[in-house]
Design a protein around this ligand. Structure first.
Ligand code: 48H
Length: 250
């Protein structure tokens, strides 16, 4: 016999246990695109307690749409090991690896989840906690609250490091820039794929004490060119930020 109320209790109790455990964490990542997913997996595999907040219903950010909704993803060979580690199949052509965007998104999500990352989708990060000039947590609310412009106060999550993986928006860095005046957002520049792919990894860094930036947000913060639909830089940037955060929390 299946009791409707048992289903309800199972969902409510499990979710609240997950949320309760997430309130004090090691690392909070904002944005579940390619860079955030890769970073989350490597940090969780190193034993850190990792939360991943995504405002949309779906996990995967810009991966799903490939290029102009053609759902294939191109990754340069330098990042192929990340595809291999995630178990993603690809074809090699002209020095590029071509994979299916649905498989890539699903595989990165699955690997992160299996590594122990706690996912919170439909959750919008609307602010950070700053104490003694260091980012030490996030201020979160349900995204539908924001979409409906409801006056509902948010909740707070504490952590030792925050990663902005919010893509073109660089939304966490923009908040910190606006509220502290200590960080400048230079704005993403026009397309130059080769230069952009190299630069996005090079500039992946800690931009304010306790706040790290990865993926397309790096281009927004540092005024780098965009690369179009090639994703190796996003994956490598995610891996690099995981190393930077892990070293800083040692
Ligand atoms: C919660 C948020 C918030 C918030 C945003 O855009 P993404 O896929 O990010 P990246 O940087 O990992 O990958 C970028 C890539 O997809 C891309 O766009 C490329 C390579 N473009 C090149 C070009 O030239 O155009 O994912 C970011 C995610 C999204 O899912 C947002 O919904 C989410 O972050 N997000 N989640 N709270 N405040 N802001």
């Amino acid at each position: 016999m299946i009791e409707e109320t048992s289903i309800t209790k199972a969902i409510v109790e499990e979710f609240f246990e997950k949320l309760r455990n997430a309130v004090e964490s090691d690392v909070c990542i904002v944005g579940a695109g390619p860079s955030g997913l890769v970073a989350s997996r490597y940090l969780a595999e190193k034993g850190f307690k990792v939360n991943l907040f995504e405002r949309k219903l779906s996990i995967g950010g810009g991966i799903w749409g490939g290029g102009m909704m053609f759902n294939k993803v191109v990754v340069q060979k330098e990042a192929a090991s990340i595809l291999d580690e995630a178990g993603v199949d690809y074809k090699e052509k002209d020095g590029l690896c071509i994979c299916d965007s649905i498989e890539l998104s699903s595989a990165l999500t699955y690997r992160a989840s299996k590594a122990g990352v706690k996912f919170f989708n439909l959750v919008n990060v609307e602010d950070v906690i700053i104490k003694s000039k260091r980012v030490c947590g996030l201020v979160v609310n349900w995204y539908p609250v924001d979409m409906c412009s409801l006056s509902v106060d948010p909740l707070a999550i504490s952590c030792k490091a925050v990663i902005d993986a919010t893509g073109h928006e660089a939304s966490v860095c923009s908040i910190v820039a606006k509220k502290t005046g200590k960080l400048k957002i230079l704005g993403e520049k026009s397309m130059w794929a080769e230069k952009a792919e190299e630069a996005v990894v090079k500039y992946t860094s800690e931009v304010y004490p306790g706040l790290f930036v990865t993926g397309m947000s790096v281009a927004a913060v540092y005024g780098l060119p965009r690369m179009g639909p090639i994703f190796g830089g996003m994956l490598l940037s995610g891996k690099k930020v995981a190393e930077l955060v892990a070293n800083s929390l040692k």
